[in-house]
Design a protein. Structure first.
Length: 81
C-alpha cells in the first residue's frame, strides 16, 4: 500500500502542476481550481486512505471497501452535472 500512496503523491506533486504549465503554453485553461463536490471527494479519499494505513495490515475486506468507495465516487462524478 505504501508504494501506491507514494506513487499517488508523486503524481499530485509533479504531473498536475506540469499540466498547468503545459496548458499555459498551448493556451488552454488547466487550473487546479476544484469546486465543492470535487473538494469533498478529494477529502473523502484522503480520509479513507488514512484510515486504511492506520491499521498497518490489510486483508481482502479492506480492498473491497476501497473498491466500493472508488465505485461510489466514480458514479458520483458520472451523474454530477
Amino acid at each position: 500500500v505504501g508504494v501506491t500512496v507514494g506513487s499517488a503523491i508523486q503524481v499530485a506533486s509533479f504531473v498536475l502542476p506540469g499540466s498547468v504549465i503545459i496548458g499555459a503554453f498551448v493556451d488552454r485553461s488547466m487550473t487546479l481550481y476544484f469546486r465543492g463536490y470535487e473538494t469533498c471527494c478529494l477529502f473523502l479519499g484522503v480520509v479513507v486512505v488514512a484510515a486504511t494505513l492506520q491499521g498497518g495490515t490489510t486483508n481482502w475486506l479492506v480492498g473491497v471497501q476501497l473498491i466500493g468507495v472508488y465505485v461510489m465516487l466514480a458514479a458520483g462524478f458520472w451523474f454530477h452535472e
